[in-house]
Design a protein around this ligand. Structure first.
Ligand SMILES: C[S@@+](CC[C@H](N)C(=O)[O-])C[C@H]1O[C@@H](n2cnc3c(N)ncnc32)[C@H](O)[C@@H]1O
Length: 254
C-alpha cells in the first residue's frame, strides 16, 4: 500500500501537475462517451489533489464530486483545486458516499490500482452510475505497459510498475463481474504534452510516482545520477509521449 498522507502528498503537484490544456484534452476524451445535455454530475474517484476534478465541473457544467480517502490529499485539493461546482468528500472506492444512480460519469484516474478491493469498488461504481452512464478507467495494464524513457535509468522500475496493474483482460473480466459493460478497448488518449529532458528530469526528481516507493534507494540514487548527467548534456531534447490507455465501462440501461 502507498501512503498518500505523507511525502507523496507534498510533492504530487510539483511532480505530476497537468497543464490546463492537458486537463482539457482529457475532459474532451470523456465527453465523447457522455450525453450532450448539461448539467451532468460526475465523480472523480480517488481524486487526490484534485488534478482533474475542477476540469470535470467545467466541462460538464454540473456538480463534480471528488472522493478521496487520504485526508492530506483531500486537504490539498480543497486548498488548491477549489471550484464552485466541486465538492470533495472523504470516502473510498469501496464505499462511495453518494446515492444510487446519481452520477452520469465516474472517473478513476490512476487510482484503480490503489483500491484495496477492486471488485467491490467496481460494484460501487455500478451502483452510483445512472443506467447508461459511463465510467472511465484510466490505468496502465500489465500487458500494455508504455515504454517510458525513464525506465532505462531505473532497471527494476518497469517490472515494479507492471506488477501493480491487472492485465487488460483481467480488468475487463472484473468489470463484467461487477455488472459493468466494457466495449472493445482500450481507448487511447493523447493528452500529454511533450516535455524537454530538463523538465522531465525536474518532475521526476520529486519522486511523485508511487513506483519510487518500491525501488531500492541505491537504484534510485544511481538512476538519478545518470539522468541528471543526461539532462545536463541534452536539456532541450524533447522526450517521447505515449498515448494513454483508458477503458470505458457502462452501467447497462436495463
Ligand atoms: C496516483 S493518485 C491519483 C490521484 C488523481 N486521480 C490524479 O490523477 O491526480 C491515487 C489516489 O488514489 C487514492 N486512493 C487510494 N486508495 C483508494 C481507495 N480505496 N479509494 C479511493 N481512492 C483511493 C490515493 O489516496 C491517491 O490520492
Amino acid at each position: 500500500m502507498v501512503d498518500y498522507n505523507g511525502r507523496l502528498s507534498t510533492v504530487y503537484a510539483a511532480g505530476r501537475g497537468m497543464t490546463v490544456d492537458e486537463v482539457r484534452r482529457w475532459t474532451a476524451a470523456f465527453r465523447a462517451y457522455l450525453p450532450d445535455e448539461r448539467p451532468l454530475t460526475t465523480l472523480d474517484l480517488g481524486s487526490g489533489t484534485g488534478r482533474l476534478t475542477p476540469g470535470l465541473a467545467e466541462a460538464f457544467g454540473g456538480q463534480a464530486y471528488g472522493v478521496e480517502p487520504s485526508d492530506r490529499m483531500r486537504e490539498i485539493a480543497q486548498e488548491s483545486a477549489a471550484h464552485p461546482g466541486v465538492t470533495y468528500l472523504k470516502g473510498s472506492a469501496e464505499d462511495i458516499p453518494l446515492p444510487e444512480a446519481s452520477a452520469d460519469g465516474v472517473l478513476m484516474f490512476l487510482s484503480f490500482h490503489h483500491f484495496r478491493d477492486q471488485l467491490k469498488a467496481l460494484q460501487e461504481v455500478r451502483r452510483v452510475l445512472k443506467p447508461g452512464g459511463a465510467a472511465f478507467l484510466r490505468s496502465q495494464f500489465a500487458d500494455l505497459m508504455p515504454d517510458l524513457f525513464w525506465y532505462d535509468y531505473f532497471p527494476s522500475a518497469r517490472e515494479v510498475d507492471a506488477g501493480m496493474y491487472l492485465s487488460l483482460d483481467q480488468a475487463k473480466e472484473l468489470a463484467e463481474t461487477a455488472g459493468l459493460w466494457c466495449g472493445e478497448g482500450p481507448v487511447w488518449v493523447s493528452a500529454e504534452e511533450p516535455r524537454t529532458l530538463r523538465e522531465a528530469h525536474e518532475r521526476l526528481t520529486h519522486r511523485a510516482l508511487s513506483t519510487f516507493e518500491h525501488l531500492p534507494e541505491d537504484e534510485i540514487e544511481q538512476g538519478f545520477a545518470r539522468l541528471a548527467a543526461d539532462a545536463e548534456r541534452e536539456p532541450d531534447k524533447l522526450m517521447p509521449v505515449h498515448p494513454a490507455a483508458m477503458l470505458v465501462l457502462r452501467r447497462p440501461i436495463a
